[in-house]
Design a protein around this ligand. Structure first.
Ligand code: NDP
Ligand code: A1CAB
Length: 270
């Protein structure tokens, strides 16, 4: 990561809630100097205060990068304070769902380098994945800087077209919630089968975490991994006949869920 540039010119973080604090924790752990970070947030947490970053203080004239991490609905109210940094060399990186680059260009100035990014909450443990795309004013060095920052909290992936962002938001941005709900649902089903709540949650959490780790660390694709669990005529086959039902199984359900999320992302753009 180009810490020298961030540490020399500064990083401004607008909004330090769940995603902002997850990313900030990663940057500080990777050597970003707290004295080079300016955070704007109306209700700083105890954790944020203890980091030693500047909080709600005047921001530098030309920081290396500004990260926009407020809710999409708050952007109109929150952004005006940063308009003086637009139309210059300061790179803006927005992680707001559904908010197009054109909206930031309209608010910050048409010449502003703007990157739209979509991270996810496993960033809090350095295991996020962030998709990015920038406008024509983003130089290769600026894109690399944004990628370096976001790779401090996980993997990064460049998009070819901003229109892909709604699907990305629906799949990987919101996706951790689907997996957490899977854990909840598996645990509840285990309780129905007679396990204690503690044991059911323990088994469900470890199973999802272990399966995710295996899926990421093998050359076999997920469908083969599924087959590897499934003995002919056995218990897994019985479960999969329910989960793979064309009308009521996982594929149809997740298709509906991800379509709803992508549609909501498109709505937020309006
Ligand atoms: N959570 C997630 O999984 C993901 C979220 N995102 C995007 O990240 C952004 C932030 O989401 P998330 O972290 O979940 O939301 P949070 O509500 O946790 O964080 C937003 C933060 O912004 C603060 N804030 C509100 N108004 C202002 C303002 N005027 N100036 C500065 N800060 C302000 C809020 O303070 P207060 O709470 O006191 O109002 C809060 O601390 C959203 O745009 C979302 O779409 C993207 C990917 C994943
Ligand atoms: O729910 C949301 O709108 C945000 C964007 C992706 C994850 N959380």
């Amino acid at each position: 990561m180009d810490l020298a540039l961030v540490n020399a010119r500064g990083l401004v973080l607008l909004g330090c809630g769940k995603m902002g604090s997850a990313m900030l924790a990663g940057w500080l752990a990777r050597g970003v100097d707290p004295a080079s970070v300016w955070v704007l947030d109306p209700h700083p947490s105890d954790w944020l205060t203890a980091t030693g970053v500047h909080i709600n203080a005047g921001v530098p004239d030309a920081p290396a990068v500004v990260i926009l991490a407020v809710k999409p609905q708050m952007m109109d109210a929150a952004l005006p304070v940063l308009v003086p940094l637009g139309n210059g060399s300061v790179v803006f990186v927005s992680i707001a769902a559904g908010t197009p680059i054109a909206k930031f260009a309209a608010l910050l100035g048409a010449q502003t380098p703007i990157i739209r990014a979509m991270p996810n909450t496993p960033a809090a443990v350095g295991r996020g994945i962030t998709a990015l795309i920038g406008n024509d004013h983003v130089s290769p060095d600026a894109m690399t800087l944004a990628e370096d920052l976001l790779s401090a909290v996980g993997q990064t992936l460049r998009l070819q077209d901003e229109s892909q962002m709604d699907a990305v938001t629906a799949l990987s941005g919101s996706g951790p919630a689907y997996v957490f709900h899977l854990i909840e649902a598996m645990a509840d089903a285990g309780i129905q089968q007679g396990l204690s709540p503690e044991m059911a949650l323990h088994l469900a959490r470890a199973t999802v975490a272990g399966a995710g780790h295996l899926a990421e660390n093998t050359t076999e694709d997920p469908s083969q991994l599924r087959v590897n669990v499934t003995s002919p005529g056995g218990t897994t086959a019985a479960a999969l006949s329910v989960l793979m039902d064309a009308d009521t199984g996982f594929p149809a359900l997740l298709s509906r869920a991800i379509t709803a999320a992508a549609d909501r992302s498109r709505e937020l753009a309006k």
